[in-house]
Design a protein. Structure first.
Length: 348
């Protein structure tokens, strides 16, 4: 059994490493280092080639800093957990190759981790007694996904986006409003000064558990174009968009709770960094389910969640070999879905 797990995350534009110390069936986070690539703000989105090159430069010192913060040498690490997908394939390759080299050189166990499964495990780092069954809502720039989690390692899709992910919608709306990247924090801050006074649609509300955000983006675009004084109306447009998006997320999550009968909801992914969403979800689910959500640093792309998911798989006897490959569309182990559903993990 691995007592010390080094996690590595390079799926997009954060270079991250973490050390997890596992004792008596519990995992304690010993260190977490996240280095964000600010260069992408200039372009209003992630440039894959620049992201890959930045990982090449940053990964070695980031891993060294994580070990230093944990007060442990590399020799003390028993296993290395690395994001193998989904994500930007160039970025993933950097992390996977680095992890394989460390594992081979130090005779350490290696485990490739699905990035999305890592988001499900993130909440356990703040709530170590969190256990299934629960409903999980994973919301990020590439995914909007409702899951039935009856036990660790087994997941069933209840609903997912049919077009754009909610995080991608936030980025596009931020661009329409002349805000920076990433869009989620910018829109949330601006929305705090506005009022929900624009009649924006709540897509697919009351129509099953799938999501759609492309029409909501279009409605915002029309509102922006129709604004007589955009500078004076930006905050209200942001507030109206955020309210519409979060209404849909909370309503469908409550419907999933009612369908499953579970009393816990796990909220994860980059959009779960929004304190507005976490508060609204807790209010809407009051009396029906408690909401478990990690602190924002653990909901962003980070290596701690990868180490935690990796530790689970190592406990189950799962390991990867040196043929481990990075995959932009990595299958999610233990995921079940209907034959009519599209594949999860198709977006980075």
């Amino acid at each position: 059994m691995a007592d010390v797990v080094l996690g590595i995350e390079t799926s997009c534009d954060e270079t991250s490493a973490a050390v997890l110390v596992c004792q008596e069936g519990r995992a304690e986070l010993a260190s977490l280092v996240i280095l964000s690539q600010d260069v992408h703000k200039v372009f209003g989105g992630v440039v894959p080639e620049l992201a890959s090159r930045a990982h090449l430069t940053a990964l070695k010192p980031v891993v060294a800093e994580a070990l230093n913060e944990a007060g442990l040498p590399l020799q003390a690490v028993d296993a290395i957990a690395v994001t193998a997908g989904p994500g930007l394939v160039g970025s993933l390759i950097v992390g996977v190759c680095f992890a394989k080299a460390l594992a081979e050189a130090g005779a350490k166990q290696l485990i490739g981790v699905n990035h999305l499964e890592g988001h499900v495990f993130a909440a356990t780092l703040d709530d170590p007694y969190l256990e299934p069954p629960f409903v999980a809502l994973i919301v990020s720039g590439g995914h909007t996904l409702l899951l039935d989690v009856p036990r660790w390692g087994k997941y069933s899709v209840l609903g997912e986006t049919r077009d754009d992910a909610v995080g991608e919608a936030f980025d596009k709306v931020a661009s329409m409003l002349g805000l920076g990247y990433p869009g989620g924090p910018e829109v949330e801050q601006l929305a705090g000064r506005g009022r929900d006074r624009f009649d924006l649609p709540r897509p697919m509300l009351g129509r099953g558990l799938d999501f759609s955000f492309s029409g909501l983006k279009t409605a915002v675009l029309y509102a922006v174009r129709a604004a007589a004084d955009l500078a004076a109306e930006r905050a209200d447009i942001a507030a109206s968009f955020q309210a519409a998006a979060f209404d849909v997320l909370s309503a469908k999550t409550r419907a999933a709770v009612e369908r499953t009968g579970y009393s816990t909801v796990v909220l994860g992914g980059g959009v779960a960094c929004s304190r507005t969403l976490a508060q609204l979800m807790a209010e809407r689910l009051s009396g029906a389910a408690r909401v478990a959500v990690a602190r924002p640093r653990l909901n962003a792309d980070n290596a701690a969640m990868i180490a935690r998911a990796g530790w689970f798989h190592l406990e189950q006897g799962h390991t990867s070999d040196l043929y481990l490959e990075a995959s932009a569309r990595m299958p999610w182990p233990g995921l079940e879905r209907s034959a009519s559903s599209s594949s999860v993990g198709s977006k980075p």
